[in-house]
Design a protein around this ligand. Structure first.
Ligand code: CO8
Length: 261
């Protein structure tokens, strides 16, 4: 197997599986991995063949054990500053990718690893997964979106409980509170992630990108402003070939073939 920090598996149907590939460090976020993931995301953002992106971790033990604490201990204060800026930017780039993203959580998703999963649109966890935000017990706070994305997902009380206590949740516990969309047996994780992706892969790519943008931007504003955002996002879909293709396919009683145009 390649020793590249991020493995890229592109499938014919438009599914792209990114694997964080540092199993010997439990896929911890070091400089090299963060740089590679950011470059990969940048390329995928404009790649019309890539329709849904799954992010998972190499090896049976971890999705991602958070920031690389060993590398961090060797960094000078300016290096730390540059690194955390890059880490935050990476999480925002995942969240802003104009295509659906799914975190397929195998094993530990701790600290920055949990925040990475929170940056994705959907999450599926293996039963044996272990999700948590240990930062307050490390003398820091979640700093790559955890204090913002977790309460938006679960509400403030649950988010505060998880952040204050650093409690780790199993895949089933995470599914029960809505932290992940689904839980599945450990050995079925990628299969179930592909099942989750399958009906998304047949949707129109521009419609998906605009639906994501409308939901994400709308969550930050009042309803009337959100309705304006929705209108603007809807308008982007009107001149697309894919919209006309859907109308033609309906008339001709066939499945539409979307091209992302
Ligand atoms: N960084 C570096 N190395 C790690 C990390 C890590 N986060 N996690 C594990 N490793 C290494 C271990 O040191 C070990 O290396 P070695 O074999 O050389 O001793 C190897 O991976 C295997 O680790 P374990 O033997 O501990 O493996 P286990 O499967 O028994 O346990 C755990 C796995 C539970 C993941 C355990 O290793 C652990 O607790 N790791 C630390 C997890 C943690 O605390 N993560 C949070 C870090 S803080 C954070 O992510 C904040 C990010 C936000 C930054 C934003 C800034 C603005």
């Amino acid at each position: 197997m390649s020793d590249a920090p991020v493995l890229i598996d592109r499938q014919d149907d438009g599914l792209v599986i990114l694997t964080l590939n540092r199993p010997q460090r439990r896929n911890a976020l070091g400089k090299e991995l963060v740089t590679a993931l950011r470059q990969t995301l940048d390329a995928l953002a404009t790649d019309v063949e890539a329709r849904v992106v799954v992010i998972t971790g190499a090896g049976p033990k971890a999705f991602c054990a958070g920031a690389d604490l060993k590398e961090r201990a060797q960094m000078s204060p300016p290096e730390v500053q540059r690194f955390v800026t890059a880490l935050r930017a990476m999480m925002d780039e995942i969240a802003a990718l104009p295509k659906p993203t799914i975190a397929a959580i195998n094993g530990y998703a701790l600290g920055g690893g949990c925040e990475l999963a929170l940056s994705c649109d959907l999450r599926i966890a293996a039963e044996g997964a272990s999700l948590g935000l240990p930062e307050t017990h490390l003398g820091i706070i979640p700093g790559a979106g955890g204090t913002q994305r977790l309460p938006r997902l679960l509400g403030p009380a649950l988010a505060k409980e998880l952040i204050f206590t650093s409690r780790r949740l199993t895949g089933a516990e995470a599914a029960a509170i809505g932290l992940v969309n689904r839980v599945c047996p450990d050995d079925k994780l990628l299969e179930e992630a592909a099942n989750l992706a399958a009906p998304i892969l047949t949707a129109a790519p521009i419609a998906l990108a605009q639906a994501k943008a409308a939901i994400d931007a709308g969550l930050e504003v009042d309803l009337a402003s959100g309705m304006k955002i929705e209108k603007a996002c809807y308008a982007v879909t009107i001149p697309t070939e894919d919209r006309l293709e859907a109308l033609a396919a309906f008339k001709e009683k066939r499945r539409p073939q979307f091209k992302g145009r």
